[in-house]
Ligand binder design. Structure first.
Ligand code: ADP
Ligand code: GLC
Length: 490
């Protein structure tokens, strides 16, 4: 390790490929790698979920930390491990009563929040704060603690009044998830009573762990410049817009990058055929064929000509899934389009999509679940990608689709607005147009944008230019990692 390298404790509740429920997992993997590549000395701290522990090979016990839980003291064993996918040590909080359980990190099998989430993530944050102060005397004290989303919001709060503490940076990946808990939880967890105020973490009679991060961190970031502006307005602020506006001096919008080694159409191990900007077809066509066959359609020449529209994502209102469900029958009636959809989320959306698949065999393909290889195949094998999110802090899927030559249709919001350039005359002329953007949050505007996409799809020369504009744009972490590093050191 280089002498004088910046020491950073990265604290997150998920990280690809060990545990991932969404884009946070991708970022908690790829950002620290980008920072490490620039010389940072990192540790990534994660909760010891059952599924995560099972993937670890050799672990070393760093020590034990006793912290306050909801009903007394909780003992956590701190593990260190080297994992082949990580270029820096992982630290894991092994606390079986809180984390050794099956399934999703945040919700039970019925999709309900784990009832003890307040305790789980308060304990995780207390442990993180102790490790940041080198409570185990490991002779490794970070200069910066970088925590992510509500699950780690209390880390900055626990550190705030410590002497000689590291700088704290808190990143909001999604303001819609505030980590709200009751006054009863606040009392049970014995959080400091002076936090209980509107200037602290109190929020409408309960408290918010996300708010704790905003109030107590030295710097707050979010994952795109446009979202950083949006969250200071009532429309996107979830009641925290006033607070965020008052903290504008320490709020920064830094666009996420993507892992360009994992998401690379010319090397992607999940794809049956590879392609690149200089030769998109026939590689892309072979992926389309594989995708159609994956869903049971014998992909003849005609089927390969007809447009295939893909979607991958959490099936929740944020993602505009209801608009997609409303648009599909109209589009099926007026064109020869097909849909390939992968996702899981709210039961109502899963049911409606499954019903559409049954009503339109051979035209609508739906896979409910989480499937990394299929996600890659849909990005590569579709012609057009749908991501009509009502709000989108950054969004990674649209960047993957741009890189895979699959122009996205997006609503002009957050990171979608910062990455997708609409296919209008001027942008087409200067070859920056890479997708289709609509400006009114409704089905009619969404449909109009898809129709524009389908029209251009029929003009191969123009279409190729749009694909190339997306594939040629750089979405790597280089610049953004530089922004974080300069934020850490100021
Ligand atoms: P969000 O974090 O809001 O869910 P992003 O676009 O930032 O949205 O990131 C979503 C990430 O999760 C992407 O890497 C995407 O490929 C992945 N993903 C979402 N749903 C699924 C799924 N059902 N199967 C596989 N990958 C998925
Ligand atoms: C959140 C956001 C998404 C963002 C991701 C990673 O899940 O919903 O827009 O890309 O975090 O920052």
């Amino acid at each position: 390790m280089k002498r004088g390298a910046q020491k950073i404790l990265f604290v997150a509740s998920e990280a690809y490929p060990l545990v991932k429920t969404g884009g946070l997992g991708d970022v908690a993997y790829s950002l620290p790698h980008a920072l490490a590549a620039r010389g940072a000395d990192l540790r990534l701290l994660l909760p010891g979920y059952r599924a995560l522990l099972r993937q670890l090979d050799k672990v070393r016990i760093l020590g034990w930390l006793d912290v306050r839980g909801a009903e007394g003291i909780v003992s956590a064993r701190i593990l260190e491990t080297r994992h082949p996918d990580f270029k820096f040590p992982l630290w894991v909080v092994d606390c079986p009563p809180l984390f050794d359980r099956p399934g999703n990190p945040y919700v039970n099998a019925g999709g309900q929040d784990w009832p003890d989430n307040a305790e789980r993530f308060a304990v995780f944050a207390r442990v993180a704060a102790l490790l940041a102060a080198d409570a185990l005397e490991l002779d490794w004290q970070p200069g910066v603690v970088h925590a992510h989303d509500w699950q780690t919001g209390l880390v900055a709060a626990f550190l705030a009044d410590q002497p000689a503490r590291p700088k704290t940076v808190f990143t909001i990946h999604n303001l819609a998830y505030g980590g709200y808990f009751s006054h009863g939880d606040f009392v049970r967890l014995q959080l400091p009573s002076y936090w209980w105020s509107s200037e602290g973490i109190e929020f409408h009679g309960g408290f918010s762990m996300l708010k704790a991060g905003i109030v107590y961190a030295d710097a707050v970031t979010t994952v795109s410049p446009t979202y950083a502006r949006e969250i200071t307005t009532p429309e996107f602020g979830y009641g925290l817009d006033g607070l965020l506006l008052s903290r504008a001096y320490k709020l920064h919008g830094i666009l996420n990058g993507i892992d360009t080694a994992i998401w690379n159409p010319s090397t992607d191990a999940f794809l049956p055929a590879h392609y690149s900007i200089s030769r998109i077809n026939p590689g892309k066509r072979r992926n389309k064929q594989a995708l159609l066959e994956r869903f049971g359609l014998a992909a003849d020449e005609a089927a390969l000509q007809e447009p295939l529209v893909g979607l991958v994502g959490r099936l929740v209102e944020q993602k505009g899934v209801d608009w997609v469900i409303a648009a599909i029958p109209t589009l099926l009636a007026e064109t020869d389009v097909r849909f390939a959809i992968l996702g899981s989320g709210q039961a109502i959306f899963e049911q409606k999509l499954t019903r559409l698949m049954k009503q339109h065999p051979g035209r609508v393909f739906v896979e409910i679940g989480y499937d990394e290889p299929l996600a890659h195949l849909i990005e590569a094998g579709s012609d057009i990608f749908l991501m009509p999110s009502r709000f989108e802090p950054c969004g990674l899927n649209q960047m993957y689709s741009l890189r895979y030559g699959t122009p996205p249709v997006v609503y002009r919001t957050g990171g979608l607005a910062d990455t997708v350039v609409d296919t209008r005359e001027a942008a087409l002329a200067d070859a920056t147009a890479n997708g289709f953007v609509f400006d009114t949050p409704d089905v009619a505007a969404f449909l109009a944008a898809i129709r524009r996409a389908l029209e251009l799809y029929r003009q191969p020369a123009v279409w190729r230019r749009v694909q190339q504009a997306g594939m040629g744009r750089s979405f790597d972490w280089h610049d953004s990692a530089g922004h974080y590093l300069s934020l850490y050191s100021t």
